[in-house]
Design a protein around this ligand. Structure first.
Ligand code: SF4
Length: 386
């Protein structure tokens, strides 16, 4: 293993520490999904024993500032199992008093009683995978719920005491129009969430959508139409009091997702479960993305890591720049300099000057950030800085 002392020292200056726990089960696979999860109800007891053993292998003297149960569909598991798993996390790690504790849920996988159990267990943020509030679009995506069920689950979550609710939405969907997208946004905002994650559909290799695209059976809105949808989202969320704090994320003031901000700051996090990634003390490791193999390795006392890497300080610096530019507040250059001993302006030299002159990046108050135009062209801009 390489000596990661430089990167370790750099990263230790960042205070937050997140814990991600991957629940790799879903009711069925959505046509666009490339995340690791397995479809169908299954006995999760073997997986459960394995993740508990894995999390006991970690040690950190630093308190967790966020916990995120994601997937997959964590709410495929009974609420009592999720409650006990969260208790296990809190017992094993020291957890900051004000820690953000998120749970991903899909509509129609939880009822009021389950949501009450989860809220009482200590989950204080619920992230609901809604995607669209049009049944035809939901069917086309292969989502296992209706728009009415999604809206009902959001209301039940609030009734159960979740005062920090995120709704995930997607635009650029097959057969979606600007009007149907505006209707989805209007209905989503009417549910009074504190946070919205809004992503444009991307067709990932190996998914049913990729196959349909090859066969000419996937008709997506063109690039201009997708941009108009994103711009509509920006305007409507702003009018509703949300601020865009990351390329795809909007929040009411104070409700930004602490767990994800920790990723965008390229800070430390622990990943538990098959396919989960840990980045701790300068090492990034990803566990094998196969539940059976993951369980076997844990049971046999073997390493679960499939990939391990230690980024050199310069690579870590560039990665931190790319991730940090995702946030609208941008990057504090003096913080970057302290963390990596690299001056961003000198490092990127002419490239930075050109992107600034083109109106895609701006340097103000000691921070480097994407402009409004740069946010629209984030991928090509970042490609120049990577
Ligand atoms: S529910 Fe989420 S994780 Fe599961 S298949 Fe659909 S998109 Fe993927």
């Amino acid at each position: 293993m390489k000596d990661c002392a430089v990167r370790r020292a750099a990263l230790n200056r960042m205070n937050d520490l997140g814990l991600y726990l991957h629940v790799p089960f879903c009711l069925r696979k959505c046509g666009y999904c490339s995340f690791y999860s397995e479809a169908g109800r299954r006995d999760s007891s073997r997986w459960l024993a394995a993740v508990i053993r894995q999390l006991r292998q970690f040690f950190s003297p630093r308190p967790l500032t966020s916990i995120f149960f994601g997937g997959g569909t964590p709410t495929m598991l009974p609420p009592e199992v999720l409650r006990d798993l969260l208790a296990e996390c809190r017992q094993h790690f020291f957890c900051a008093e004000e820690a953000e504790i998120s749970l991903e849920a899909n509509p129609a996988t939880v009822d009021l009683s389950a949501l009450q159990t989860l809220r009482q267990a200590g989950f204080n943020r619920l992230s609901l995978g809604v995607q669209s509030l049009h049944d035809t679009e939901l069917r086309r995506l292969g989502r296992p719920h209706t728009a009415a069920e999604a809206a009902q689950t959001a209301k039940l979550a609030q009734q159960a005491g979740f005062a920090n609710l995120n709704i995930d939405l997607m635009c650029g969907l097959p057969d979606q129009t600007l009007q149907s997208w505006s209707e989805t946004l209007t209905q989503a905002l009417a549910l009074r969430p504190q946070h919205l994650s809004i992503y444009e559909l991307t067709v990932e290799e190996g998914t049913p959508f990729a196959q349909q695209q090859k066969e000419g059976k996937l008709l997506l809105p063109d690039e201009d139409a997708a941009l108009r949808m994103l711009e509509t989202a920006r305007q409507m969320t702003e009018e509703a009091g949300f601020h865009r704090y990351e390329i795809s994320n909007y929040a009411l003031p104070g409700c930004e997702c602490r767990h994800n901000i920790n990723y965008w700051r390229n800070s430390d996090y622990i990943g538990i479960g098959p396919g989960a990634v840990s980045c701790l003390n300068g090492m990034r490791k990803s566990a094998v993305a196969d539940a059976v193999e993951f369980c076997s390795r844990i049971e046999n006392g073997q390493e679960v890591w499939e990939h391990e890497e230690c980024l050199e300080p310069e690579a870590a610096f560039r990665e931190t720049v790319i991730m940090g530019l995702r946030m609208t507040e941008g990057l504090a250059l003096d913080e970057l300099r302290r963390r990596f001993s690299i001056d961003a302006a000198a490092y990127y030299g002419e490239t930075l000057a050109r992107l600034t002159k083109q109106g895609l990046l701006e340097l103000a108050d000691g921070r480097l950030r994407l402009t409004a135009q740069g946010l629209l062209l984030a991928n090509p801009v970042m490609a120049e800085l990577v």
